[in-house]
Design a protein around this ligand. Sequence first.
Ligand SMILES: [Zn+2]
Length: 435
Amino acid sequence: MTNTLLIKNGHIVDPAQKLDQKADILIENGKISKIGKSLPPPSKAKIIDAKGKIVSPGFIDIHVHLREPGREDKETLRTASKAAAKGGITTVVGMPNTNPIADNQTVIEFVLSKAKRESLINIQACGSITKGEKGQEIAEIWEMKQSGAIAVSDDGFDIQNLDVYRKALQYCKTHDMPIISHTEDVNLAKDGQMHEGTVSTLLGLKGIPACAEDAATARIITLVEDVDHRMHFTHVSSKGAIDMIKLAQHKHLPVTADTTPHHFSLTDEAVANYDTNAKVNPPLRSEDHRQAILKGLKDGTLSCIVTDHAPHLWTEKQREFQSAPAGIVGFETMLSLIITNLVNTKVLTLSEAIAKITINPAKTLSLPDIGTLKPGSRADITIFDPKATWTVDKTKFESKGMNTPFHGMKLYGVVTDTFVKGKQVLQNGKICSTT
Ligand SMILES: [Zn+2]
């Protein structure tokens, strides 16, 4: 098998190097070797023609639910990795709310070693902040870091006891462990089914007020200011939270944030017919919040985009709204939602958009060697056609989950080829059979 690859005639967009031009890329032994115009093909090199397409660093998604261990009926590391490869995503960070919860070395080691054997892409693990994500006792954070966990989060919940949270921040600062915050006041959000507003009133569903996210954001920023350790706010959905994060960044606090494709694409109107596929936490909010998200993406307050890929069983989403689980699958629609709803609408340039799924998340969690096509970096590469269109068909997903509110929508942007460490895992939109 050849381990030299030449990607020719593509348009390279690599925000980390401020590259936005036609060029060729040479890959040798799993690493980027050279970028230049009309590179001569070395003997025995495999040639890929990327004419008319964008060549980008492989996408990085730092907030996903892989469901293994515990819910292999919803997704496995293998099926998740196929879905990610299909979406051009070459690195994901799995959240710890599996069964059992990843609050100790054993679970982290299980996930990472199984991923090494079965995954087509690079899977990273995030441990929990507290034992069992119960918000009471700090988990084995240092031990999990030794086993390869790259961050901690109590995703799905938020630590309500600020004394516990402050100690966790101090502990993580000592061990230089990034924290990802799912930000929610549980009392204000209790039993809520969707965003609190006109639509929730019309539907007669209990709402989650935006202040549940705003209040929790404020108290966490207070702790960040006190401890001075970095905090990454994830799936940010409310205007108030964005305003506070922006203010904290102006004060040079070590605060970063992301949002999701569903939060910048949809509003609570998507729930109007009780569509459980639009049930997600935090909830899809009203148009004024969506506009604040677009502004936050444009001005950089929200530096990353994550899918919060959350596969559920069809039978679970068939339940009545109140008892259906929250979550949307996101890998296979991420790029298209970014192209259709951010780039084609001129909210972001293509380069600004790609930064939010490549170099920015790599920097946020200090992931080395990825997120750029700089010579010497790992050859994780995504090739896509931004002008091509397709209609979302959930029955054709590589993911086991079909819970998407985007089924049937016509979107722009098709990923054609994905490479991980120089190895092709997606070719012309199909998972490579040898992987
Ligand atoms: Zn969450």
